[in-house]
Design a protein. Structure first.
Length: 98
């Protein structure tokens, strides 16, 4: 009887391990999102942005003209280049323009 109980426990442990291995891919992936509302003082300073710790950065507010996203201010293009430059330390960083 003890041998049968040990076999049952071993099968249960294997079943739990297999079930646990399957859930690793289904675990929620956490996103760390930063929002840049556009600095009124001018150009963004990349040293003040923790791009290596984020998964996405939303840059607001670009405009929409004739169905095309356009800069609203002269510095928007420079700021966007600064944000995309953060991909050097975090290649999977996504930059979203709003």
């Amino acid at each position: 009887m003890r041998k049968r109980w040990m076999q049952w426990m071993a099968m249960l442990c294997v079943g739990i391990a297999v079930a646990h291995a399957g859930t690793a891919a289904k675990r929620p992936r956490y996103e760390v999102v930063g929002y840049v509302l556009g600095p009124r003082s001018g150009v963004l300073d990349p040293s003040t942005i923790a791009g290596g710790k984020m998964t996405r950065i939303n840059y607001a507010f670009f405009g929409l003209k004739d169905g095309v996203i356009v800069e609203r201010r002269e510095i928007d293009g420079t700021n966007l280049a600064t944000l995309t430059g953060l991909r050097k330390e975090n290649p999977s960083l996504q930059i979203l323009v709003r």
